[in-house]
Design a protein around this ligand. Structure first.
Ligand code: W6P
Length: 420
């Protein structure tokens, strides 16, 4: 039908990645005109990304593409795609008004704090990140727009577009849970306990893409709420994320959860070595989520090795190192480690007992009744959060002793989103 034709048409366009830096430049004190340009970008880009996902869902093997849960997810993507392409384009008159109030911002990039050591800072022309050159988004969309004399339709358009984005974001809240259920059904169907590498790759790509889409939507929604803006924040990005503060918060939360879950008299201690003045540009909620996840795993390993009535546990040690390229967080536990043969499994989406919406870190941030880490979706999703901004997450384990988790966070905020 017609919609299917449109979807395969849009899926033929390449997706355009956005870097953390671009998101921040877009979002610093945006006028209604700048927000309109951002809306135009999303209005072009989101249908392309959604269409790619629909095609991927369609081509899942083993009749996975026919499963009710998968069809449900596909329906969400199609509905959102449809809403976006039916959303009115900015009229020629409004476009003209914004153009008249616009001066191109090239050559006067603003200084971004928190990333002083970035060697390629501000040098867009010499960047050669990929073999095929796609014009960067600010080349096409980012301009200074003088706040003066913009017709009222501009802010009306922005408001209306944000409403649509909010609806889309809410619609997709249950995606992780729905696909988790799909994986359970898939296991039963194939009577297998291993996930096909193709399916594992699909899920990695799919969830990574979802992180990106939700990041872009979340930025646009936040930037349109200027009354709620906090110092150092551009949308959900904090230009001066104090990593020591986020670490301590994650440590306190993880220890609290652990003590609560196992009803412990004394919770294993977590020793933190982190420069207190270390700041960088990041999304604090992503950072908290990843650290929290690692700590829960370490706590669980230690408590299960020594038992919930132990008088003392070996400390979990956290080290934060500051390099030029990366900030690296190492979490070391003496929880007995993981057999080498089980290392791969840790990253698969297999080990889930399709349960609460807590599978999805974005679903309910404040639910303290969450089960403590199993090898659920926590680790693979945390790795995707790390990779989304050019970082990574690795585990090194000594069976019979303990596990070291290395979380690499890229300081080079020019990394474009990885797009499947
Ligand atoms: C373990 C298993 C694990 C996964 C992730 C992080 C830390 C740990 N420790 O024993």
């Amino acid at each position: 039908n017609e919609l299917a034709t449109k979807i395969s048409h849009f899926a033929r366009f390449p997706q355009t990645g956005v870097s953390l830096r671009q998101m921040v430049e877009f979002g610093q004190n945006p006028s209604q005109g700048t927000l309109l340009r951002a809306a135009q970008f999303l209005h072009d880009e989101l249908p392309i990304r959604l269409a790619h996902r629909v095609v991927e869902l369609d081509t899942l093997p083993d009749n996975l593409n026919q499963m009710p849960s998968v069809l449900r997810v596909k329906r969400m993507y199609i509905d959102s795609f449809n809403e976006l392409i039916n959303f009115p384009k900015v009229s020629e008159r409004i476009r003209e008004a914004v153009r008249a109030a616009t001066v191109q911002a090239s050559g006067q990039r603003r200084h971004l704090p928190g990333n002083h050591q970035n060697p390629s800072c501000g040098d867009n022309a010499t960047r050669n990140s990929s073999t095929h050159w796609i014009p960067s988004i600010q080349h096409r969309y980012h301009y200074e727009v003088k706040p003066t004399e913009l017709p009222v339709e501009v802010s009306e358009y922005n408001r209306s577009f944000v409403k649509t984005l909010e609806k889309i974001k809410r619609r997709h809240d249950p995606v992780v849970t729905a696909l988790a259920q799909g994986v359970v059904e898939y296991k039963q169907l194939l009577k297998s306990h291993t996930i096909h590498p193709h399916v594992q790759h699909f899920l990695d790509r799919f969830y990574l893409s979802r992180i990106g889409i939700r990041m872009l939507i979340g930025q646009q929604i936040e930037l349109n709420q200027p009354q709620q803006r906090h110092r150092d924040y551009v949308g959900v990005i904090c230009t001066h994320t104090r990593i020591a503060d986020v670490m301590q918060e994650a440590i306190d939360n993880a220890r609290f959860i652990c003590g609560d879950y196992y009803m412990l008299m004394n919770v294993p201690e977590i020793e933190l070595h982190c420069p207190t003045d270390l700041e960088f540009m990041y999304v604090p909620s992503h950072l908290h989520h990843m650290i929290f996840e690692l700590l829960k795993n370490s706590l669980r390993a230690v408590v299960e090795l020594y038992g919930d009535e132990a008088e003392r546990y070996p400390k979990i040690k956290v080290v934060v190192a500051e390099g030029n390229e990366d900030i690296t967080v190492k979490v070391s536990d003496e929880g007995g480690g993981i057999p080498r043969s089980a290392m791969e499994q840790v990253w698969t989406y297999m080990y889930t007992t399709a349960q609460t919406p807590m599978l999805d870190p974005e679903f309910d941030q404040s639910d303290f009744k969450a089960p403590l880490a199993g090898f659920g979706y926590g680790l693979p999703l945390s790795r995707l959060y790390a990779r989304y901004f050019g970082g990574d997450l690795k585990l090194i384990s000594m069976e019979g002793y303990g596990t070291d988790a290395y979380l690499h966070l890229s300081r080079l905020s020019d990394n474009e989103e990885p797009l499947a």
